[in-house]
Design a protein around this ligand. Structure first.
Ligand SMILES: Nc1ncnc2c1ncn2[C@@H]1O[C@H](COP(=O)(O)OP(=O)(O)O)[C@@H](O)[C@H]1O
Ligand SMILES: [Mg+2]
Length: 364
């Protein structure tokens, strides 16, 4: 009999989506079958410190160090990857594990940075690699590869903070000419609608740019698409599958942070009521988007669908919300893969990708 797989669940993290990650991780931990997996946890504080054995449900804090939870670090010794406690104390199982499940959303978790650390340390992990995660996080570069793949998108203007500071009036004129109102202003590298606003006039636009520029040096400004919000889940590595589409009925003017996490009147329709032809198109596009950024494991691809059946790709999320009531797992459930099995598949896909990657020549 083979020994139980040991899963290291990482959560929290240095992003605006810290709290969302705690909720996703709690769901994953509740669901993981303890008769088949040995489960360890590490909570990453908002300050970026890693604490061994924290339970997400008890961890509403950011940087409080508990004596019971040693601060740890991942050792980048490719021949013996493990965690060690900074105070030198013994960790269970010598800090070793079979695979990491980074249930982390946003910068430092979903953007390729932590994936780089995993690669350096030679450890298997769930989800996209460095390239997929970073392309999926940067809305400007994501659009560049989507465009190359022929995916339809809203008209977009990419703006550097420095360009704006150099000549704001000229930039505002250009945006009005090229995009017009209403438009959406977004930090290029963020998630959960943080720093995003909808502008209806020049005054709004100015304020929105200044707000978004607090979060990032690069912004994207998009034309407003008046349409339904449809999402498709994708699962797999080199031959990914698409789920049935789902629909979001946001409670607010748009699906902002409030509507996403606080307002219970936002609703999900699963599956989305759609013509078969539209559904097929959306699924094909979702797979194309996944492949365009070279994602692996899982992603959720988000669309707008207008009343005249025009489809626009909005974005890809390489580590979508993962609570039991989140769109990503719900769509798989509706497509025949229950939550528990989904986690199993993600773990297998992570291990398979690791094997694939190691199975290459690295020098002459
Ligand atoms: N071009 C657009 N037209 C209409 N609504 C938009 C547009 N861009 C974003 N939105 C609205 O804002 C929400 C958040 O934008 P999104 O790009 O998905 O950011 P995030 O990565 O933070 O989820 C979307 O779910 C949608 O409700
Ligand atoms: Mg979104």
């Amino acid at each position: 009999m083979s020994k139980m797989k040991s899963i290291m669940v990482l959560f929290g993290g240095q992003s605006g989506e810290h709290e969302v990650s705690l909720e996703s991780a709690q769901s994953v931990l509740n669901a993981l079958d303890r008769t088949r997996y040995e489960v360890q946890t590490i909570g990453i504080s908002k300050g970026g410190k890693w604490f061994w054995g924290v339970e997400p449900k008890d961890w509403k804090t950011s940087d409080v160090v508990s004596n019971d939870n040693p601060q740890v670090t991942l050792v980048h010794d490719p021949s013996d990857p493990r965690f060690v406690a900074l105070d030198g104390k013994e960790l269970p199982n010598q800090g070793k594990f079979d695979i990491i499940f980074p249930v982390l959303h946003g910068p430092f978790g979903e953007d390729g940075t932590i994936q780089g650390l995993f690669e350096m340390s030679n450890v298997p992990y769930v989800g996209s690699g460095v390239l997929g995660a970073s392309l999926g996080m940067d809305k400007d570069r994501m659009k560049a590869v989507f465009a190359e793949a022929g995916l339809p998108m809203a008209r977009t203007f990419t703006l550097l903070r420095t360009q704006y500071n150099d000549d704001s009036d000229q930039i505002l004129n250009r945006i009005e000419l090229e995009i017009g109102y209403p438009c959406f202003i977004k930090p290029a590298n963020l998630g959960s609608s943080v720093g995003i606003s909808k502008a209806y006039n020049r005054e709004d636009l100015r304020k929105s740019i200044e707000l978004a520029a607090l979060y990032d040096r690069k912004l994207v400004i998009e034309e407003n698409i008046n349409g339904r919000e449809i999402e498709v889940s994708v699962l797999g590595n080199e031959s990914p599958q698409a789920s049935v589409p789902g629909e979001i009925l946001p409670a607010n003017d748009f699906y902002d942070y409030e509507a996403k996490y606080h307002d219970t009147s936002s609703r999900l329709l699963i599956p989305a009521p759609l013509e078969t032809e539209t559904m097929n198109k959306l699924q094909k596009m979702a797979v194309k988007a996944f492949q365009a950024v070279e994602a692996s494991g899982l992603s959720r691809v988000d669309f707008f669908l207008t009343s005249d059946q025009k489809i626009y790709v909005n974005e890809i999320n390489t580590m979508p919300g993962f609570t039991q009531i989140s769109m990503y797992p719900k769509l798989w459930e509706a497509s025949g893969i229950p939550y528990l099995e989904l986690i199993d598949r993600l773990i297998s896909l992570g291990l398979e990708r690791f094997k694939d990657l190691r199975n290459r020549r690295i020098s002459r």
